[in-house]
Structure formats: C-alpha cells, structure tokens
Design a protein. Structure first.
Length: 201
C-alpha cells in the first residue's frame, strides 16, 4: 500500500460537482479549520470512487495507494472487499494529501471525528450518520440540494454517459447485478439521439 505522503500538492483540474460546492474550500471554512479540510476530502473521495457512505467513512490510510490511485474497500456491503479506482479530475488525491498533513503519522483512520472546538477526535472511523449530517449542513450552506448518494449517482451516470463498460462500473461500485445500475442510475437518451447512435452502418 502507498504510505501517507508528506508533500502537499494542490490541483487546479476541473471538478464537475466539486466546483459547484466550493472554490478553494471557501464554503467549508464556515465549519472551522480541521473540519473543512476533512469534509472536502470525504466529498472528493466519494465523487472519485462512487463508494457508499459506510465504505468511505471507514477508509484507513493503509487502504490508499497514492502512487497508483487505487483504494481498497475492505469489508464493504455484504462484507465483500474490492479495489476501486480513484478517478482523476475530482481532486481527491490532492485533498487527501492536504488532509494527511494535518494528521499525526500514527493515525489509522482517514476520516476521524472532529470534536467541539475543532479538535481532532479519537482515531476511529467517522460514522455514516455523522457524514450524512455534515453533507446536509454543507448542502444548506452551498444552496445546492445533494446527499451522499448524489455523489455515487453522479459517479455512475457520468461514466455510463462517457461510454465506460458496464462491467467496469459494476466492479467499481460493488453492485452484484448489472440491471440495478441500469434501473437506478442510467439516464437514457431521448429518441432523437438514439436515432443517430442506433442507425445501421
């Protein structure tokens, strides 16, 4: 696994949904010093991987391969583990690097609680309910309606729309059945667009 990097690198690559949420964490500064950086990293990683909120919350530093851009999801839904790509263009790697610079090297969990007074809490995973509460508060401040599942849905629909193989997205998200992806995530083209793409050669 990749070790926690010591160098802080900030990316200026475009971020589709992240760009709407904030610019240079301006929105997140409402919540303090440590909290905004953690929140930025959690949202970016959620967008970059399409992971479930329960999976993202319990990520450990040892699960992230910074060099390869790979995340090990350990004991995900159904107690199944898988490897997922941390997709480029979301800023997730850089946000994680920045957050790691605020964390002691002895820390195991990436997204720990932040206590009153903006102090780092215990070295344990942030709970999904706490993450959902944070995301709801961020949504309110941004004036944009979203939940954690919005990040997962965005991840899936964007890659389906861009022509990614259904099997790859299925492996990325941990869905056992391909029809679940098509039923809940895929946005079908209207008839005029289908007429162009489905024409005989």
């Amino acid at each position: 696994m990749g070790n926690k990097p010591a160098i802080i690198i900030r990316s200026r690559k475009p971020r589709p949904l992240s760009n709407q949420l904030n610019e240079d964490m301006g929105v997140f500064r409402t919540f303090g010093e440590h909290t905004p950086i953690r929140n930025q990293a959690l949202i970016s990683l959620s967008l970059a991987t399409g992971g479930r909120v329960s999976e993202v919350c319990k990520v450990r530093w040892q699960d992230i391969n910074f060099d390869e851009g790979i995340l090990d999801i350990v004991a995900g839904k159904g107690n199944n583990s898988r490897q997922v790509a941390i997709v480029d263009g979301t800023g997730a790697i850089n946000d994680l690097i920045l957050w790691s610079s605020y964390m002691p090297d002895t820390r195991v969990y990436v997204f720990c609680p932040v206590r009153r007074g903006d102090k780092l809490g215990e070295d344990k995973a942030m709970t999904p309910s706490a993450a959902q509460k944070m995301i709801k508060a961020t949504s309110t401040v941004c004036g944009i309606s979203f939940t954690h599942h919005t990040f997962r849905r965005t991840h899936v629909t964007e890659h389906l729309r861009n022509g990614a193989a259904l099997g790859d997205i299925q492996a990325q998200t941990g869905h056992k059945r391909a029809h679940t992806l098509l039923e809940h995530y895929f946005i079908f083209a209207d008839a005029s667009k289908r007429r162009k793409t489905l024409k005989n050669r």
